[in-house]
Design a protein around this ligand. Structure first.
Ligand code: DAT
Ligand code: MG
Length: 151
């Protein structure tokens, strides 16, 4: 089953939107396999955003994600990566559709509330970066057959 990494960024935590944001993914049908509240170190943030190193917004991006605690979530489900990206919405909240998290709760790209992995390979790398193996739990969910045709 495909996995993805979601981060409720510091603005989501500070604004009290953790529950609302997790609810979007839960009701979509994605299964939580890991979740924790933590303060990210600069080293971890730099690894997470390594792909953006050298871009004009990189420094601000790293400072933003370490500015306050985050909630990190590993999700599992059919097409978990693409489904989560759709639920999160476009990078720039002014381009995000209403009904998406960013389209409903955010206005600026530097305060866009949520991270979601953009490919299956990046998801695996990001999950390994943010979670240890013992922090991830595979479990059969009682309503899986009503969400997945082949659980
Ligand atoms: P996403 O978070 O939708 O995957 P991304 O991976 O391209 O977007 O960029 C990571 C984050 O960096 C994004 O959530 C917000 C910030 N960012 C991206 N492009 C930016 C830009 N042009 N100006 C300022 N911040 C930007
Ligand atoms: Mg990205």
């Amino acid at each position: 089953m495909e996995r993805t990494l979601i981060i409720v960024k510091p603005d989501g935590v500070q604004r009290g939107l953790v529950g609302d944001i997790i609810n979007r993914f839960e009701r979509r049908g994605l299964r939580i396999v890991g979740m924790k509240f933590m303060q990210a170190s600069r080293e971890l943030a730099e690894k997470h955003y390594a792909v953006h190193q050298g871009k004009p917004f990189y420094e601000g991006l790293v400072n933003y994600i370490i500015s306050s605690p985050v909630v990190v979530i590993a999700l599992e489900g059919t097409n978990a990566v693409a489904a989560s990206r759709k639920t999160v919405g476009a990078t720039r909240p002014n381009e995000a559709e209403a009904g998406t998290i960013r389209g409903d709760y955010a206005l600026e790209v530097g305060r866009n509330l949520v991270h979601a992995s953009d490919s299956v390979d990046n998801a695996a790398a990001e999950i390994a970066l943010w979670f240890t193996a013992s922090e991830l739990t595979s479990w059969p969910r009682n309503n899986d057959p009503w969400i997945f045709e082949k659980p």
